[in-house]
Design a protein around this ligand. Structure first.
Ligand SMILES: Nc1ncnc2c1ncn2[C@@H]1O[C@H](COP(=O)(O)OP(=O)(O)OP(=O)(O)O)[C@@H](O)[C@H]1O
Ligand SMILES: [Mg+2]
Length: 268
C-alpha cells in the first residue's frame, strides 16, 4: 500500500457559543489556536462538555459560524471538506447493508469513478487492514461491538482521507477489546500517516496513540496545554510505552492538566 498524504490543519482564534434563553449565550469554546501538522496524530482530552465533539464538528465543517478560522491545507473550511473520514463512538453502520456494503459507502462521490470490481478490491483492502476480511458478508447485527468499530474505521479509510477525525471511537467497547483496537490503530496510523484528530476521555489511550496531546480546560473550553508525546515509535506494545518512566510521567502530567490541578508547566 502506498503511504497517504496528510492534511495540515490550522485552527486560529476559534470560539463557539450557543444561544440560550434571555439573550444569553453559552460559551462552549474560547480562543482555540492549534496547528496540526501533516501526518500528525493529535488527541483532544478533556472533561465531558468541554467542547471536544464541537471542535471536531467544526473542523469537519458541520458546525459553521464562529469567530476565528479553521483551514485545511491553507483552504478555509466552508462546508464539509472532501477527503475527511469520520469515526464515531457508535459506528453508525447501515443495518440493511453488509460490512462490505457499509465500507463502500465511505467512497461517497468518488464511487462513480470506479467499476464494481475496483470497488470490491478497494473495500477488500481496507477490510484486511482492519482485520475484518472474514466478516465481509455479515450484517452489522451479526458483529461484535469491536468488529462494528473496525468496520466504521474501514469505511472512514476507504476514501483515502487526508484527515481522519475520531470521536471516542472505542468509548463503548469493553476494556479488553478497547486495548486491542488501540494497538491495531497504532499500527494502522503508523503505516498510513494520515493526519488524525482523536477525541478521548482516556489519558492512557491518548498517550499511547498520539504525537501530541491537547489538554483542554472546560467552561469555556480552552487549550490548557499541548504536550509532546516523545515516546519512541513504532509503539508496538501498549504496556511498554505506557509503563516506561517517560510514559508514566506523561500520563501524570496530562491527567493533572486535564483535572486543572497542574502547577508547573510540563517539560516539553
Ligand atoms: N447544537 C448545540 N446547541 C446547544 N448547545 C450545544 C450544542 N452542541 C453542543 N452544545 C453544548 O456544548 C458543550 C460542549 O459539547 P460537546 O459535545 O462538544 O462536549 P464534549 O467535550 O464532546 O463532551 P463529551 O466528552 O461528554 O462527549 C456542552 O455543554 C453542550 O451542551
Ligand atoms: Mg463528545
Amino acid at each position: 500500500m502506498t503511504a497517504m498524504g496528510g492534511a495540515r490543519i490550522e485552527i486560529s482564534g476559534v470560539g463557539k457559543r450557543y444561544a440560550q434563553r434571555r439573550n444569553s449565550a453559552h460559551v462552549v469554546l474560547q480562543d482555540i489556536t492549534l496547528t496540526i501538522e501533516s501526518g500528525e496524530f493529535v488527541s483532544l482530552v478533556g472533561a465531558s462538555g468541554c467542547g471536544k465533539t464541537t471542535l471536531l464538528r467544526m473542523i469537519s465543517g458541520l458546525a459553521p459560524y464562529y469567530p476565528g478560522t479553521i483551514s485545511i491545507d491553507g483552504q478555509v473550511v466552508r462546508g464539509v471538506p472532501k477527503r475527511v473520514g469520520f469515526v464515531f463512538q457508535d459506528a453508525a453502520l447501515l443495518p440493511w447493508k453488509t460490512v462490505s456494503g457499509n465500507v463502500a459507502v465511505g467512497l461517497n462521490e468518488v464511487r462513480g469513478s470506479y467499476t464494481r470490481q475496483e470497488i470490491a478490491g478497494i473495500v477488500e483492502e481496507k477490510l484486511a487492514l482492519v482485520g475484518l476480511s472474514e466478516h465481509a458478508h455479515k450484517y452489522p447485527r451479526q458483529l461484535s461491538g469491536g468488529q462494528r468499530q473496525r468496520a466504521g474505521l474501514a469505511r472512514a479509510l476507504v476514501g483515502e482521507p487526508e484527515l481522519l477525525l475520531m470521536d471516542e471511537p472505542f468509548g463503548a467497547l469493553d476494556a479488553f477489546t478497547r486495548l486491542r483496537l488501540q494497538e491495531e490503530l497504532a499500527d494502522i496510523v503508523e503505516r498510513l500517516r494520515t493526519t488524525t484528530v482523536f477525541v478521548t476521555h482516556d489519558v492512557e489511550e491518548a498517550v499511547f496513540l498520539s504525537d501530541r496531546v491537547v489538554a483542554m480546560g472546560a467552561n469555556p473550553g480552552t487549550v490548557r496545554d499541548v504536550v509532546d508525546v516523545d515516546l519512541p515509535r513504532p509503539r508496538t506494545s501498549r504496556e511498554a510505552a505506557l509503563n516506561s518512566a517517560r510514559g508514566i510521567e506523561l500520563r501524570e502530567n496530562i491527567l493533572q492538566l486535564v483535572m486543572g490541578t497542574h502547577t508547573d508547566r510540563v517539560a516539553h
